[in-house]
Ligand binder design. Structure first.
Ligand SMILES: NC(=O)c1ccc[n+]([C@@H]2O[C@H](COP(=O)([O-])OP(=O)(O)OC[C@H]3O[C@@H](n4cnc5c(N)ncnc54)[C@H](OP(=O)(O)O)[C@@H]3O)[C@@H](O)[C@H]2O)c1
Length: 325
């Protein structure tokens, strides 16, 4: 039995979204291996929609815009009923293989217009800065550009990804930040302190911004499916991810056994537990979970229910505490 999806209204916005969002990086069809087929991706997005997912996270970077095309095809007319969160500010070099952030007002506008065209909408629900600036555009200028796009009706809300505590604190001052994305999982908790201190300080009753946690499955590692050292093709970004290499992989694998045991004990898939635990953290509003196939989505959406069950979260707290990076 699948419990109904839960929803959250993001602070500073009028966006009500599912607590489990569909992460569209892998369905972009590039960097995530040779086993990404559009037919499966479209079916995965549609299954997510059927199961109550109303937040879809994409980026111009994901398959050079192909993730947007997959979402548009899969969602059809229903695209206007859900929240599509996209990103801005990363520019490709001429090889199309290397990207660097460009948050100059001209490029932010250009990138935003390209997303509007690809998604076939007049207004983007949520436009997030993909990376902090590697060049010389100050954050204040970037925020001004985003506010101007909002005034012009090109975007409804804006957000940031991957910024540190200091810049996030500054960005929160005006009270108009729509979302903040950060990596977070049972085995990746270096942002615990910043999230608690900045997003949910002791004197605040509710979070100051909606935090979207990504890589809650550590790129599939926490699904428990890798029982021996995986060999990824060069086309899969995990071939270059040290979490999937030798000693580190085996060390994490021993810990993943604990997650598997918890899964058997509570009768929920490891992915629902891993994403559910991340979602249960007080400063996290949403987990963005990537999937390439409907069957993966069916497991992952269970995170919403797992997060709301104290007996599961208490057990997972002990499992998470046992991780030694
Ligand atoms: N703002 C940013 O800078 C940023 C950065 C990274 C990600 N994100 C967002 O966060 C989303 C999630 O992150 P992610 O996709 O990188 O990593 P993730 O959610 O940790 O892992 C997703 C991958 O795990 C595997 N998987 C998913 N469900 C599974 C299941 N039930 N059983 C077994 N394997 C399963 C799939 O790959 P295989 O089937 O190939 O194993 C899938 O592509 C992204 O799609 C993107 O929207 C944002």
């Amino acid at each position: 039995m699948l419990a109904p999806m839960r929803y959250v209204t993001l602070p500073n916005t009028d966006l009500e979204v599912s607590e489990v969002g569909f992460g569209a990086w892998a369905v972009g069809g590039k960097w995530w291996g040779d086993d990404v087929r559009d037919e499966d991706s479209v079916a995965a997005v549609r299954r997510a929609l059927e199961l109550g997912v109303t937040l879809f996270d994409t980026a111009p970077l994901y398959g050079h815009g192909h993730a947007d095309e997959v979402l548009r095809r899969a969602l059809g007319k229903r695209l206007s009923e859900v929240t599509v969160a996209t990103k801005v500010g990363v520019r490709w070099d001429s090889s199309g293989e290397h990207a660097q952030s460009d948050l100059s007002p001209t490029f932010v506008r250009e990138d935003c217009e390209a997303s509007l065209r690809r998604l076939g909408v007049e207004t983007l629900d949520l436009l997030q800065v993909h990376w902090p600036c590697e060049q010389d555009t100050p954050l204040t200028e970037t925020l001004e550009t985003l506010r101007a796009l909002k005034r012009e009706g090109k975007i409804r809300h804006f957000g940031l990804c991957n910024y540190g505590a200091e810049e996030l604190t500054r960005a929160l001052e005006a009270g108009d930040l729509g979302a903040f994305q950060t990596p977070y999982s049972m085995i990746r908790r270096e942002f615990d302190e910043a999230l608690a201190g900045v997003v949910l300080p002791a004197d605040a009753e509710t979070a100051r911004v909606g935090v979207f946690a990504y890589e809650t499955l550590a790129r599939g590692l926490l699904s428990g499916k890798f029982r021996s050292l995986p060999r990824f093709p060069k086309s899969d970004l995990r071939a270059r991810d040290p979490r999937f290499w030798g000693t580190r992989f085996f060390r994490t694998s021993r810990w993943v056994d604990l997650l598997r045991q918890a899964s058997v004990r509570v009768g929920e898939p490891p992915t629902a537990l891993a994403a559910g635990w991340a979602l249960s953290r007080p400063a996290i509003s949403v987990v963005l979970v990537g999937a390439k196939r409907p069957a993966q989505v069916e497991q992952n959406v269970r995170a919403s229910d797992a997060a709301a069950r104290p007996e599961i979260i208490h057990l997972l707290d002990r499992v998470a505490a046992a991780y030694r990076g």
